[in-house]
Write a protein that binds this ligand. Sequence first.
Ligand SMILES: CC(C)(COP(=O)(O)OP(=O)(O)OC[C@H]1O[C@@H](n2cnc3c(N)ncnc32)[C@H](O)[C@@H]1OP(=O)(O)O)[C@@H](O)C(=O)NCCC(=O)NCCS
Length: 168
Amino acid sequence: MPTTTPALTTLDVTIRAMHDGDLWGMGWSGTPGHVKQLADQLTRARAGVADYLVACLPSGQVIGKGGVDYEPIPGAGALWQFAVLEPLRSCGIGSALIRECERRIQGRGLRRAEIDVEEDNPRARLLYERLGYVAYGRKVSSWDDELPDGTVTRIETTCVLLRKDLTC
Ligand SMILES: CC(C)(COP(=O)(O)OP(=O)(O)OC[C@H]1O[C@@H](n2cnc3c(N)ncnc32)[C@H](O)[C@@H]1OP(=O)(O)O)[C@@H](O)C(=O)NCCC(=O)NCCS
């Protein structure tokens, strides 16, 4: 019979901006193509057009990530690229990252957050709806992605568009 030690059930998680030193340890968070483009997102964050955050354990290990892109939607922050290390999902880390992103959006004087979620990701959509996001449309997205075997493939998917008024 497994036992649970109370002291081991609390996660001490810090949320901060991602930096270059985090990149080597991000292999868990997506395809090789995704991990490669994280460096470009850090360049964009330094230029002020995005925020890219990580959730870390006291050891410094990154266990979650996600950010805000300020360029695609005038007047709003577009939340994107959220992922939490699989064994640590459903502990509130994704919600904490999203709330910090919302604070960053408000800190820039913007009043709306938006997020896209693929139609075949109902669990993520339910999480966003629980956090106050409301669906208002759909769009087809496509991009090239590098797979673990080095091949590049075209991904095409339909996303649900959700938004949240941050003034409430
Ligand atoms: C989507 C994702 C980032 C959410 O991260 P997360 O850390 O699991 O999110 P949270 O823990 O805040 O909330 C998710 C679940 O935990 C529950 N939860 C929230 N806080 C909790 C807590 N303190 N204790 C226990 N459960 C909690 C939520 O109710 C939700 O329930 P569900 O498991 O039925 O969905 C994560 O699941 C993930 O990496 N998924 C794969 C990549 C992906 O789909 N990214 C989204 C692209 S749009």
